[in-house]
Ligand binder design. Sequence first.
Ligand SMILES: Nc1ncnc2c1ncn2[C@@H]1O[C@H](COP(=O)(O)OP(=O)(O)OP(=O)(O)O)[C@@H](O)[C@H]1O
Ligand SMILES: [Mg+2]
Length: 317
Amino acid sequence: MQVAPERDATTAGRDGDVVLRTRGLSKRFGPRLAVDGLDLGVRRGRVYGFLGPNGSGKTTTIGMIFGLVRPDAGEVSLFGADALEPARILRRVGAVLEGPSYLPHLSARDNLRVFGLLSGGMPPARLDAVLELVGLTARAGDKVRTYSLGMKQRLAVAGALLHDPELLILDEPTNGLDPAGMREFRDLIRELPRAGKTVFVSSHLLGEVEQMCDDVGILKAGRLLTQGPVEQLLAAAGVLELRVTDADAAVHVLDALPWAGAVTRDGDRLTVEAPPERAADVSRALAERGIYLRELRAQENRLEDVFLHVTGEAADA
Ligand SMILES: Nc1ncnc2c1ncn2[C@@H]1O[C@H](COP(=O)(O)OP(=O)(O)OP(=O)(O)O)[C@@H](O)[C@H]1O
Ligand SMILES: [Mg+2]
């Protein structure tokens, strides 16, 4: 499934609305093409989920965005400018990359103080503000080695937010968190656009991205299979379920609809791949042929269905 260009909000509007864009970004490691012609568009004030299975190229892409990995082809533009110098990127972008990014023998507050020193020192009020934002105020004086994994992840986000970046890039921040920890983390991320932030977050968990993100790009073996608003992708991969007065005849009518996907039949129950807003069109097309609905409903879609749709195979992300 491809999202029609005029409906793909990641390419719509002025380029100024897009804070991170890649064009044809590619990286080869020996014989292996790890990232293959990636065109990403991340819009301001959105949470963008960069979804892909293990080894699909997420970390390599993030490395290229930060200039830590040299692309073989293509380009990255941040805030509308190509090839920003690393120092200028770091001023406007916060990152939580793979691996621990804290000193375990210090408290959260002291860790943030150390991070702050790296960017010229931070006033105590700023430390308090980010601790509050990530929900660590009550434990801010405890040594980080006594923290749960979820608290450590939130500290990493606090560190990334300290210099008040416009864009936050997080590489698999929910790895290892339990469902409660994931929910807390999700709530934290969902809050950030309200503070004017844009978030780019990689994950291999479909459900996680579905609940946390406004937009998603689905990566597989280094290639972007689809990207767009989660809601739109879910709607486009929709399935309508119906029962009708004449199932045999209805199959032919549905098969002939140019905008409808696969039709299946089980007794008098039919399904047709079509977005929910096509329900009235289905009803009309059948009625015109003297076939009437006994029942019609839209199946609730999951990102997993979208993934199946675009890959044509079992979801392994
Ligand atoms: N430095 C490297 N040298 C050789 N191959 C590499 C290197 N870094 C990554 N790769 C390969 O590139 C591909 C993409 O790896 P990458 O780490 O970007 O995937 P990922 O999507 O982040 O995976 P994960 O979900 O496991 O973190 C993999 O096949 C990996 O083995
Ligand atoms: Mg990775």
